[in-house]
Design a protein around this ligand. Structure first.
Ligand SMILES: Cc1cc2nc3c(=O)[nH]c(=O)nc-3n(C[C@H](O)[C@H](O)[C@H](O)COP(=O)(O)OP(=O)(O)OC[C@H]3O[C@@H](n4cnc5c(N)ncnc54)[C@H](O)[C@@H]3O)c2cc1C
Length: 435
């Protein structure tokens, strides 16, 4: 194994893998490595999500401009990539429903935001209950936003394909390899892998998902932030429900400032259907089961009590919402009831199989507030991406190109070339579309 790299990226999720692809396209002779502790890329959140390629109607164009633009552009990039590589991409739309009068105003706002973020009249339409009933007779709601430009895919397959392309451009992927220590030695990073080997890097990119904030703290940045992990669980529904609706159904979130969306009715890219995800607080970014959560309980509680998260966990509203999520984790009926508000025909007794849970790590600031946006931290010889949450998978390609451009512009890491063909895209064109 080589010991000296120009750039080391920690995290082989969809983000780290996509960043490596653009970096290796612009830097033919630089040595680049992606380090991933799991045995494959996209093993964690990137391969355990709802699989939607989201249209950007949920994002305020003034506050979340980059995220909205990344989602908008991500859709057309993944569509093109899927066509080229023969990967699954099903344009099946999504319906956002308002189950009460209050929600109708929110849908009107989403329609406005969607259009400001680039959606056209043909992509998105507000409907009253009668109009929706004609298309989706099983859905009960006051009003609905039909988003035609939304698709389903499998992000694990996408990430694996991007890894293959990135490898062809020269990136080294070190799988089954955990970064266990990072230290600055002279002007380089000394990175210990699996507690035994050492490698050196001139520049470090932290795209470590649920561990990103810990790694940032390790190198002395982003100290005012901490994170809380939420497990999103799913239930698979029996085949007899596969044609209940034509599109997936989401409901207007009641408390958008917290990371608790109500579970959705999901049609997966293979046509199977699921209910989920909820958002159950857990103690580890890998807290899929009880033993991992017990192991991490004390260290995580101590970390939270000594940080801004303390205020969040003692907040009454947060506690009420979290209890609701815990209840829907312990009781299948409680979870199904949340979806029955808009799809009353479902019978919880017919649902017996759990889906694959995924974990979201939400960042809390020193005031105990959840940070709504992605956090990018520039350091002299490192760069950190924190809070990269939904719809992170949708926007991963353009967002990664943005990061590589940002490193170039700031001089943090100057690429050998300013522009390059990157598969079906030209780097400069992606950047231009993001402006
Ligand atoms: C329940 C749920 C549903 C979602 N649904 C959607 C959706 O429908 N559409 C959408 O666009 N987005 C969705 N998202 C969001 C999306 O999945 C994420 O934004 C995206 O996957 C984040 O990618 P990532 O590469 O940053 O993180 P990850 O996929 O978590 O990758 C980070 C990687 O870093 C590795 N790592 C961490 N620390 C170390 C270390 N010390 N050494 C080595 N490796 C390390 C981890 O093993 C991991 O593989 C969803 C998220 C969740 C939780």
């Amino acid at each position: 194994m080589a010991h000296n790299f120009d750039i080391v990226i920690i995290g082989g999720g969809i983000l780290g893998t996509s960043i490596s692809y653009f970096l290796s396209s612009l830097n033919k002779s630089k040595k680049i490595a992606v380090i991933e502790q799991a045995h494959s890329v996209a093993f964690h959140t990137s391969g355990r999500n709802t699989g939607k390629v989201h249209a950007p109607y949920l994002y305020n164009p003034e506050k979340k401009k980059l995220f909205a633009k990344s989602a908008f552009l991500g859709y057309e990039m993944w569509e093109k990539y899927a066509e080229l590589k023969k990967l699954p991409f099903k344009k099946d739309g999504v319906i956002e429903v308002a189950v009460d009068q209050k929600g109708i105003k929110v849908l009107e706002k989403y329609l406005k935001w969607g259009k400001q973020n680039g959606l056209e009249d043909k992509d998105i339409e507000l409907m009253n209950q009668e109009e929706l009933k004609k298309i989706e007779p099983e859905i009960k709601c006051e009003s609905a936003l039909y988003v035609y430009k939304d698709a389903s895919t499998d992000y694990s397959t996408f990430t694996n394909a991007v890894m293959k392309d990135s490898k062809e451009k020269g990136t080294n992927f070190l799988l089954d390899t955990k970064v266990t220590e990072i230290k600055k030695e002279n002007d380089k990073w000394k990175i210990t892998l699996n507690d035994e080997h050492e490698i050196f890097a001139k520049f470090l990119i932290n795209a470590a998902g649920g561990e990103a904030v810990d790694i940032a703290h390790n190198v002395g940045v982003a100290e005012k932030f901490t994170d809380v992990h939420f497990r999103g669980e799913y239930w698979k529904v029996p085949k007899e429900y596969n044609n209940l609706t034509k599109s997936s159904v989401y409901s207007v979130p009641e408390f958008p400032e917290y990371p608790f969306l109500d579970p959705h009715w999901i049609i997966r890219v293979d046509g199977s259907c699921e209910i989920g995800p909820n958002a159950v607080p857990v103690f580890s970014p890998y807290g899929y089961n009880t033993s991992e959560n017990i192991k991490e309980f004390i260290p995580k509680m101590l970390e939270m009590l000594g940080s801004g998260a303390r205020k969040a966990i003692f907040d009454k509203q947060f506690q009420e919402l979290a209890m609701n999520e815990i209840q829907s984790s312990m009781s299948k009926t409680a979870m199904v009831d949340r979806v029955k508000r808009f799809l009353p025909i479902i019978d919880a007794n017919k649902i017996t199989e759990k889906g694959t849970a995924g974990i979201r790590s939400s960042i809390i600031n020193e005031d105990g507030k959840f940070v709504p946006d992605v956090i990018l931290v520039d350091d002299e010889t490192s760069f950190h991406i924190l809070n990269y949450n939904s719809p992170g998978a949708t926007g991963a390609l353009p967002f990664s190109a943005h990061i590589v451009n940002h490193l170039n512009k700031t001089g943090l890491f100057k690429s050998e070339q300013e522009d390059s063909e990157c598969g079906p895209w030209k780097f400069s064109e992606i950047i231009e579309k993001l402006q």
